[in-house]
Every structure is written in C-alpha cells, then in structure tokens.
Design a protein around this ligand. Structure first.
Ligand SMILES: *Cc1c(COP(=O)(O)O)cnc(C)c1O
Length: 359
C-alpha cells in the first residue's frame, strides 16, 4: 500500500506518472534505449523537451515574449543568479522578507549589491504578509522580489503588487501550477520542480525576454541568462530525468483540468484541514488567516509532547512527513497537487479522532 505522503519536498508524485516512468525507463517508446542514457543533443531528448516546454506554456498561458526553460542547481542557485544578472551598479533591489526562503534570497543579494528590504515579517514571526496596495518600488529599483509561497512558514501571497515598469520577480517553487498565474505581471518566475512538478533536479525559469537587456555585462557563462535563453537551457547538460518526469506530470495536470482543476483541488483539500483548525481549540494555526497557504498547512497542538505523539501515531497510520521543519517545529501538512483527496480526508479524520482521545 502506498503511504500518504505529506512531505514538503521532494514530495508526492501522481502514481500514474511513477508507473509510466517505470514502464518506459528501460526502453523509451521502442527506441531500444532509455531516455536517461540518450544524448541531450539527440532527437529523442529534444523532442520530449520541446513537448515539455510547449505543455508548460500552454497550461500556464505563457506568451511568446517570455522564455521558458529548465536549469540545474535548484531554486537556491537563483538566489545568486538573479542579483548577479539584474542588480546593477547604481540600482537597488527591493526584497520582501517573509520567511525562510525569501530571507535566504535576501541574504544572498545583500552580498552582491544594494538591497532595500521593503517588508520584514520578523515582528510577527513570519506569519503575515504586507498589503500589496502599499508596495512602491524604490526610485532606482532594479527589481522587486518576493516568495509567492513560504513552504516552511505556510504563508502564501493571494495577490501580487503592481510594480509598474520595475520587474517583479517571484519564487514559486511550492505553489506553481496550483492556481492560475497572471504571468504578464512578472519579469521572472522561477522555482525548483520538486514540490509540485516532479522529482528533484530541474529548476524552471520563466523570464520576459526584455529582461535580458537589463542585465550586467561580463557574466561568467553559467550565470548568464542570455546564454540559457539562446539555448533554451541546453547550454550544458540538463537534468534529463527530472525534466522527463515533469513532462509526464504536466500531462497528468492537463488530464485533470489544468491549473483551474488544480486550483479547485487545492481549495477542496486545504479547506478540509483548515475547517478542523478553525473549529477546534485543540489545534491552532499560527498563520494570518488572510494569507494561509493551501500547499503547506502549518499547525500546533497544545504541547510538544502531544505533537510528538501525533507524529508517531500518524506514521503508524501510514501518514508521512507531518513533522514541521526543524527551524520552526510544530506540524506541517503539505498538500501538493498530486496528493490524492482521500489522503487528506484520512488526515482530517485522524485529526478529529486524535483530538477526541487527547483533549
Ligand atoms: C524548496 C524551496 C527552495 C529551495 O529549493 P532547492 O531546489 O532545494 O534549492 C526555494 N524556495 C522555495 C519557496 C522552496 O520551497
């Protein structure tokens, strides 16, 4: 029996995708070799990659004035690549510090140039977000940066600021394809695929083409987005296995109603758990209701002993990954696209039953 997988990343994949990978791993479509042993300069990979990129564009409604490709290095490499490219002499980058991931991005940018932190959630322990209407970029802003969904803190931007001519850049590692995105509002969107899209390895990059004219000169090869744009991410060897699996996940998303279908699933699944939190004095959500994440639900119990007990008993019920991140403690249920609805129902029922027994 498959476990109920609430891990934050790497995380659950559609079982159909795992089965397809398993069926095709030895002999890809009767070609007599595996996708992961073929050259990335050959037709077999290129055809699959082009289909993957086309599907990615189709599902998110990305127009031709944007580049879409995959890189290696994880989302973390982008914390460096973004300022290295766009934080030019005489400009300042505007960052929102809203939790672990945007804080790390800010800290890397600060080592590379001038940064203005326009919001820091330190005072509310990173449980809330700024009012988008009040966000105004600095006069000489190179870009405005935010993390759309803080995977560890469990908060998610529900709308995005209008930054005018200043490019808006967002890390969407943990909520991409969970809801429609108005890509046109952004100069760049990026993220690791291992939360909502596939196995670890690839990082997706969506970048408006005119961003390239804003970058620094004399960049080393891998750091330079222009080079990746020209080769659609194939300047060096791409993470082939990860990309192949992403393509299959995208096909699964399409079959299940596209981003609108995923949006509906996310609403239904997260409501099951939030309604328990809202109607209980046993469970507690630390997060500002207006911004709570549908992908990563963070919650606390009355004591750390009960939290430990919850984790160990839920494991016995086949539920994995409910322990909160080591930096914040508590519990966290990640409800990514591929997590079946029934698994969330099982968690809801377990929560209700655990409360009855322990309160
Ligand atoms: C997981 C995560 C990252 C880091 O991704 P890596 O691929 O491990 O570098 C960055 N941002 C967010 C929002 C994440 O969830």
């Amino acid at each position: 029996m498959r476990k109920k997988n609430f891990f934050a990343g790497p995380s659950v994949l559609p079982v159909e995708v795992l089965e397809r990978l398993s069926e095709e791993i030895v002999d890809y479509h009767g070609q007599g070799l595996s996708m992961i042993e073929a050259s990335h300069r050959g037709g077999m990979f290129e055809e699959m990659y082009d289909e993957c990129l086309a599907l990615f564009r189709e599902l998110l409604g990305i127009t031709d004035d944007y580049d879409v490709y995959f890189l290696g290095g994880g989302a973390t490499l982008q914390f460096t690549m973004i300022p290295v490219n766009f934080l030019r002499e005489g400009t300042v980058a505007d960052y929102a510090k809203t939790g672990t991931w945007s804080n790390k991005a800010t800290s890397d940018a600060q080592k590379l140039g001038k940064v203005n932190v326009f919001y820091d959630g330190k005072d509310n322990n990173y449980t809330s977000l700024p009012d988008v209407e009040k966000i105004v970029p600095s006069a000489n802003s190179a870009y405005v940066y935010l993390c759309a969904n803080e995977t560890i803190g469990g908060i998610e931007w529900k709308s995005f600021p209008d930054t005018g001519d200043v490019p808006l850049i967002a890390d969407m590692s943990s909520d991409i394809f969970s809801r429609p995105v108005d890509v046109k509002k952004f100069g760049m969107i990026y993220g690791g695929v291992q939360k909502n899209l596939g196995p670890a390895g690839a990082t997706f990059i969506i970048m408006r083409k005119d961003m390239l004219s804003r970058r620094n000169e004399n960049l080393t090869a891998y750091m330079d987005y222009a080079l990746h744009s020209k080769d659609k991410g194939l300047y060096n060897t791409p993470p082939v296995f990860s990309i192949w699996a992403v393509k299959l996940v995208l096909e699964w998303i399409k079959k299940n109603g596209g981003v609108e279908g995923m949006d509906k699933r996310a609403e239904e699944k997260s409501s099951l758990i939030y309604s328990v939190l809202d109607s209980s004095s046993f469970y507690r959500s630390p997060v500002d209701k207006r911004y709570r994440s549908r992908m990563n639900i963070v919650f606390r119990l009355p004591s750390e002993e009960l939290e430990k007990k919850f984790i160990s008993e839920s494991q016995k019920e086949g539920m994995l990954g409910l322990k909160g991140h080591r930096s914040v403690g508590g519990l966290r249920a990640s409800l990514y696209n591929a997590l079946p609805y029934e698994d969330v129902v099982a968690l809801r029922d377990f929560m209700l039953e655990f409360e009855k027994r322990n309160s």
